[in-house]
Design a protein around this ligand. Structure first.
Ligand SMILES: [Zn+2]
Length: 316
């Protein structure tokens, strides 16, 4: 074969290779880093906590992956997992809120945008809440509020440290005022947890915004964040239009907030479990020994939150 023929053959085979690569990416065998574009074998990426080995970009991960990264195997006990939202306002945009909920539940296998439960983190008993951005942008409605409240109350009763992994677009507009009142409700539960001398650490991941930032994400004894996460209250454009000023470079990133004292540390995901274990062990002398008791009966019930409205209001 002449050199020209060889080049010719190579050129012809290129699209095939490209097509095969595309197929493998589509199959989930390989994952393309959204920051640097490098393809990584998905299993390798998983072993590296879904952090790109090439550029350090932290890929979005769901609540199940978070739980398996942080909680020791076979120790996770979910709490209040059957709570699901009603549609108190009969809200409708392009489709009804009820239909949107059903679709998202089918797609994600979750009842709402947070998973809560207890388990061991490197041997330490903790109460863990993990928000899931796939579920309507991790928005905080009455179920997210109620589940986090029950988690914190359970932790207070059982003398457990609370860790909440935040990822949220803010309050759930489809529930109007009911979603906004969750901010005060969770903050109240955290206040009792703090009075009991217990440790609370929120971990802010990309993105943490709106009502979540304005309440429990900023109420930690120590506030941790993942690198380059977007953390803020209102969107950048809204602030610029209100202030009529250009905002500085890197505004609303973990790095900017660390520099300005809003958060305590930026911890790469690969070191998160180890760091949390160290922080809990430092606080351990102030905690009572491990209690992971059976969850109370109410967590087992399948309750629609709207049916519980009368119960929710006095809790404020
Ligand atoms: Zn990368």
């Amino acid at each position: 074969m002449s050199l020209f023929d060889w080049f010719d053959n190579l050129r012809k085979s290129e699209p095939k290779i490209q097509k095969q690569q595309e197929r493998e990416v589509a199959d989930g065998l390989w994952t393309k880093c959204p920051a640097c574009g490098v393809l990584t074998y998905t299993k390798d990426l998983q072993a590296n906590y879904f952090v790109c080995a090439e550029c350090g970009h932290h890929l979005l991960i769901d609540s199940n992956q978070r739980i398996s990264q942080l909680i020791d195997p076979q120790t996770w006990q979910p709490l209040a997992e059957n709570l699901h939202a009603g549609d108190p306002l009969g809200f409708r945009d392009r489709k009804s809120y009820s239909d949107r909920l059903k679709e998202t539940q089918l797609k994600t296998g979750l009842k709402d945008a947070v998973q809560t439960g207890t388990g061991l983190l490197a041997g330490f008993p903790i109460a863990l809440g993990v928000m899931d951005f796939r579920f309507m942008g991790g928005s905080m409605g009455s179920v997210v509020g109620e589940k986090l409240c029950r988690l914190i109350e359970h932790a207070t009763e059982s003398s457990l440290a609370v860790i909440i992994i935040c990822a949220s677009g803010g309050a759930r507009m489809q529930e109007g005022m009911l979603s906004l009142m969750q901010m005060a409700k969770i903050s109240g539960a955290l206040s009792l947890h703090r009075e009991a001398g217990l440790l609370y650490i929120p971990v802010l991941t990309h993105p943490t915004t709106g009502g979540v930032t304005a309440s429990f994400a900023m109420l930690g004894d120590l506030i941790l964040a993942e690198p380059k996460a977007t953390i803020g209250f209102a969107g950048k454009r809204v602030i610029e239009q209100t202030l009529r000023e250009k905002l500085p470079e890197g505004f609303q990133t973990s790095e900017y907030l660390l520099e300005h004292g809003f958060i305590d540390a930026i911890i790469p995901r690969t070191q998160l479990k180890e760091t949390l274990a160290q922080l809990i062990s430092l606080h351990q002398p102030f905690c009572s020994p491990l209690i992971i008791n059976d969850h109370s009966q109410r967590e087992q019930e399948d309750i629609s939150i709207t049916e519980q409205e009368n119960h929710l209001v006095p809790r404020l």
